[in-house]
Write a new protein. Structure first.
Length: 325
């Protein structure tokens, strides 16, 4: 009899929890939402977060407070999201670095794919391989030929170790059969300054930051890392146009929530996000922020993208013998 009473009590409590979750999802959102990202204020991730927060706030009828938790390539913010209550009131914006962390860190306090409920991607954008305008290489093909002639004598700068920019350069090494040495800097601005000052002959940079320098003639864009040319830099050819096949590097940004967030809340957030991305003004602002294209998708598609990127970058890290942090 005592066992039956305990079973009945457990069923009652479970039913109460399920009812509470249902009510919570039905009334969601009923208070402000936090949106965390792991990069410096004023950078691309911060700009994207504020644009999408503005659109979602209007759509959902609640304030969305953007909070930067920079450090460790976005891992500090991702860990905070993973450990937050799965109630839809803490969300995260992650970039391509989220998948790269699985390849470049010995261990993480969370699993990049399994510790989260994905919501939707927001944007995709390519990077640019560039040199100073007085550099003797007039094309990526010429740069590769120089690198093959004298292995290890050329270097390329990036925004930092383990960044998409860094691994885009390592993938070029692997696919083109060259050895261009990586030099990490603290952000895009420092790498551009280093290029212009002659510290490094090549950088892998962000299109939005480099566009004005390329158009002004100070920097020459040798190639964009996507399979097709970009609208922002239509005169810059692709890596594949230089004869380097099977090369494709596009970073992305997307929204996610802690694991266990109710499916109804994820569905609400996905629907609202896709609606916001269809807004012409928001779309223009997002694309201008990164020089890329807006592209939303389903939670399942976003998870598959992250899993595919993890496998890709693990292969690059292994081939390049990059030491893990």
């Amino acid at each position: 009899m005592r066992g039956m009473k305990r079973l009945a009590a457990a069923i009652f409590l479970l039913g109460g929890c399920l009812a509470t979750a249902a009510v919570s999802a039905e009334n969601y959102p009923s208070r402000p939402i936090r949106l965390l990202h792991g990069f410096a204020a004023g950078g691309a991730a911060d700009t994207l977060s504020r644009i999408i927060a503005d659109g979602l706030s209007k759509k959902l009828g609640q304030p969305i407070i953007v909070e930067a938790k920079p450090g460790a390539g976005g891992n500090i913010a991702a860990d905070a999201v993973a450990k937050a209550a799965p109630d839809g009131y803490t969300l995260g914006l992650v970039t391509g670095a989220h998948a790269i962390s699985a390849a470049t860190y010995k261990s993480l306090a969370y699993q990049p794919a399994e510790s989260f409920e994905m919501i939707s991607t927001l944007v995709y954008y390519a990077l640019v391989i560039a040199v100073r305008n007085d550099h003797p290489a007039k094309s990526l093909g010429e740069l590769v030929a120089m690198a093959r002639a004298k292995p290890g004598t050329l270097s390329f700068g990036s925004v930092g170790f383990g960044s998409t920019h860094h691994l885009a350069g390592e993938l070029l090494n692997a696919t083109a059969g060259v050895e261009i040495v990586h030099v990490p800097y603290r952000g895009d601005a420092q790498s551009v300054t280093a290029l212009l000052g002659g510290e490094v002959p090549v950088i892998v940079g962000t299109p939005v930051l480099l566009a004005s320098q390329i158009q002004g003639g100070a920097i020459r864009g040798l190639a964009v890392t996507s399979p097709t040319r970009t609208a922002l830099l239509p005169d810059v050819p692709t890596v594949q146009e230089a004869g380097i096949k099977n090369y494709d590097v596009r970073t992305s940004a997307g929204l996610l929530a802690p694991k266990g967030t109710p499916p109804a809340i994820i569905a609400t957030l996905n629907s609202a996000t896709l609606d916001v991305l269809r807004d012409p003004e928001i779309k223009q602002r997002l694309e201008a922020a990164v020089g890329g294209e807006v592209r939303g998708n389903s939670p399942e598609e976003m998870k598959k993208l992250i899993e595919t990127e993890i496998a890709k970058w693990m292969g690059v890290v292994e081939r390049a013998k990059i030491p893990k942090i």
